[in-house]
Write a protein that binds this ligand. Structure first.
Ligand code: NAD
Length: 496
C-alpha cells in the first residue's frame, strides 16, 4: 500500500487523487523503481490547507521548541542514513559513495545547523529613536511557503528549501522534481517522528506543469522558493507575480575555474576533475569553464584528460564506482547533442560518448574534456549539466577575469594561484555568489549559497537564509501617556 502513498499531507502519507501516474526510473538501468501517483490541484489544495492550519501553532512555538524538533529530526535522519542513501542513489543515479558521504551527511548536518540557528533569530533591537517612543523590532515568519526543488540533489535541495523556512516558524509545502520524489517523503516523515505538528511540512509529488504551477499560483501561499533552471525560474516568478508573492530563486550556473600561471598545476588538475564530475556534472556550481594561463594550458589539458580517463563509471550500488549515469535518457540526449555539436567548432580531447556493454542500459556518459572552445559558442555560454569541461587559454590577468565574467550566470567560481594578492583581486572582481581560492565545490551549513546575475537571488543555507523566510515588524510604544501628543499640532490645533 505504501507504494502508492506518494503525498505527505497533514503528518501522514496519502494517496494522490488525480488518478495520474508516472514511472520513477533508476537511471543506471532505466528500470522502474516505483510508479508515482501524481498530485493534482486538489492534493496541492489539501497540503496548503494543512500548512495554513498548522501555521498558528508552529509560528508561536518558542525557538527552543522548534529547535528541539529540528535537532531530533537530524537524529532520525541519521538513524535512517543508509536507507536514505540507497533510495537517493537509486532514484538519482548517484554512486552510493557520493550518496553516503555527501548527500545524506550534508542533509543531517544542515538539519542540525538549523536546529541551532532557530534559537538565534535576531529581532530584539530596541531603543528610543524618538524621545517619546520606544521602538522594537520583531522578526516574524511569513506563513505558508511553497517550495519547488530540482532532481540533481533531491534530498539536499529539499533540505535547503525546508529547513530555514521551518526553523523560522513558517509551514511548508514542498514539491520535489517528479523524477526524484522519494527521499523528500522520508525527509518529511523524519519531521513527524521528531514531533513536528501535522501540517508543518507537507510534500506533494507531481509535475511542474500541474502541481508546481498550482502551488506557485495558490492564493494562500505567501512565498515561492524555487531551485531549478533559469527558464523555469522566470516562469515561476511571472506566475508568482499574479498573486504578489515573495520569490526566492536559485537557478543555473556556468562556473569558471581560473588557473593563473603560478598555480599548483597538480592541485588544479585534480580540482578540475573533481569539480566538473561531481554528481556527473549535474551540479549548479560545477566547474564548467576552465580558463587556464597559456603557459600551463597544454599540461593542464593533458593532466585533466588522463585523470578523466581513469575515472570509473560503474553500477551505482558498487562503492568502487566513481561516476554514475545522468539523471534521465532525455538529459543524456541533451548532453550528448551539445558535445556532438561542439565537435564542429572545438577539440574533444577525451570522452564524448556513452559507454557500450552493460552500462549502455543506463544513462551513462563518459567524462569529457573539450579544448579550444570558442568564446560565445554554445558550450561556452549554455549550461550542459553533464560531465563536460570546456577549456580555453588566456594571457593576462585582466583577460582571465573578463572571461570568468563572460557569462549570464553568477553562482560560483574558483581562482587557482599561490599569490594572495591575485587571489584577493579575483575574489573581488568575479561576479558570483561564491568564489573559492585553490578549491572548488566545498559547501558548509554555516555559509550562504546563492546566485548573482541570472543565477537568481536570495540565499540558501546559513543564517542569511532567514532573510528570505522572515519579515521584520517595527513596534512603536508611546512613552508619554498623553492624550494630546505634541506632534498632533502638525495636523490640527485646538481652539484655546
Ligand atoms: P527545472 O527547472 O526543469 O525543474 C525544477 C523544478 O521545477 C521541478 O520540480 C519541476 O517539476 C518544477 N517545474 C517545472 N515547471 C514548472 C512550472 N511551470 N511551475 C512550477 N514548477 C515547475 O530544473 P531541473 O532540470 O529539475 O534542475 C536542474 C536545474 O536546476 C539546473 O539549471 C541547475 O543549475 C539548477 N540548480 C540550481 C541550484 C542553485 O542552488 N542555484 C541548485 C541545484 C540545481
Amino acid at each position: 500500500m505504501l507504494a502508492t502513498m506518494h503525498q505527505y499531507i497533514d503528518g501522514a502519507r496519502r494517496a494522490a487523487t488525480s488518478g495520474e501516474s508516472f514511472d520513477v526510473l533508476d537511471p543506471s538501468t532505466d528500470e522502474t523503481l516505483e510508479t508515482l501517483t501524481l498530485a493534482g490541484p486538489a492534493d496541492v489544495d489539501a497540503a496548503v490547507a494543512s500548512a495554513k492550519a498548522a501555521f498558528g501553532e508552529w509560528s508561536r512555538a518558542t525557538p527552543a521548541e522548534r529547535a528541539a524538533v529540528l535537532t531530533r529530526a537530524a537524529a532520525v535522519l541519521d538513524e535512517r542514513a543508509e536507507e536514505l542513501a540507497q533510495l537517493e542513489s537509486r532514484q538519482a543515479g548517484k554512486p552510493i559513495r557520493l550518496a553516503r558521504e555527501f548527500d545524506v551527511p550534508g542533509t543531517v548536518d544542515n538539519t542540525a545547523f538549523f536546529g541551532a540557528a532557530a534559537r538565534r533569530l535576531d529581532g530584539m533591537a530596541s531603543g528610543e529613536y524618538s524621545a517619546d517612543h520606544t521602538s522594537s523590532i520583531r522578526r516574524e515568519p511569513l506563513g505558508v511557503v511553497g517550495s519547488i526543488a530540482p532532481w540533481n540533489y533531491p534530498l539536499q535541495m529539499a533540505a535547503w528549501k525546508v529547513l530555514p523556512a521551518v526553523a523560522a516558524g513558517n509551514t511548508i509545502v514542498l514539491k520535489p522534481a517528479e523524477i526524484t520524489p522519494l527521499t523528500a517523503l522520508v525527509f518529511a516523515e523524519a519531521f513527524t517522528a521528531a514531533g513536528a505538528p501535522p501540517g508543518v511540512f507537507n510534500v506533494v509529488t507531481g509535475t511542474g506543469a500541474v502541481a508546481g504551477q498550482h502551488l506557485v499560483g495558490h492564493p494562500d501561499v505567501v512565498m515561492t522558493s524555487f531551485t531549478g533552471s533559469t527558464a523555469v525560474g522566470r516562469q515561476v516568478m511571472a506566475t508568482a507575480a499574479l498573486t504578489g508573492k515573495r520569490v526566492h530563486l536559485e537557478l543555473g550556473g556556468k562556473a569558471p575555474f581560473v588557473v593563473f600561471d603560478d598555480a599548483d598545476l597538480e592541485a588544479a588538475v585534480h580540482g578540475a576533475v573533481a569539480a566538473s564530475l561531481i554528481n556527473t556534472g549535474q551540479d549548479c556550481t560545477a566547474a564548467t569553464r576552465a580558463i587556464v594561463h597559456r603557459s600551463l594550458y597544454d599540461a593542464f589539458v593533458r593532466g585533466v584528460a588522463d585523470l578523466m580517463a581513469a575515472v570509473r563509471m560503474g553500477p551505482t550500488p558498487d562503492p568502487a564506482t566513481d561516476l554514475g549515469p545522468l539523471s534521465s535518457r532525455r538529459h543524456l540526449e541533451k548532453v550528448a547533442g551539445m558535445v556532438e555539436r561542439a565537435r564542429g567548432y572545438a577539440r574533444v580531447v577525451t570522452g564524448g560518448a556513452a559507454p557500450t556493454g552493460d552500462l549502455a542500459r543506463g544513462c551513462y556518459y563518459a567524462p569529457t574534456l573539450v579544448a579550444d572552445v570558442p568564446i560565445g559558442s554554445e558550450l561556452w555560454t549554455d549550461e550542459v549539466f553533464g560531465p563536460v569541461l570546456a577549456v580555453v587559454p588566456f594571457d593576462t590577468d585582466d583577460e582571465a577575469i573578463a572571461l570568468a565574467n563572460d557569462t549570464a550566470y553568477g553562482l560560483a567560481a574558483s581562482a587557482w594561484t599561490r599569490d594572495t594578492y591575485r587571489a584577493g583581486r579575483a575574489a573581488r572582481e568575479i561576479a558570483a555568489g561564491c568564489v573559492w581560492v585553490n578549491d572548488h565545490i566545498p559547501i558548509i551549513s554555516e555559509m550562504p549559497h546563492g546566485g548573482y546575475k541570472h543565477s537568481g537571488f536570495g540565499k540558501d543555507m546559513s543564517a542569511y537564509s532567514f532573510e528570505e523566510y522572515t519579515q521584520v515588524k517595527h513596534v512603536m510604544h508611546d512613552l508619554t501617556g498623553q492624550a494630546h501628543k505634541p506632534w498632533h499640532r502638525t495636523i490640527f490645533t485646538l481652539p484655546g
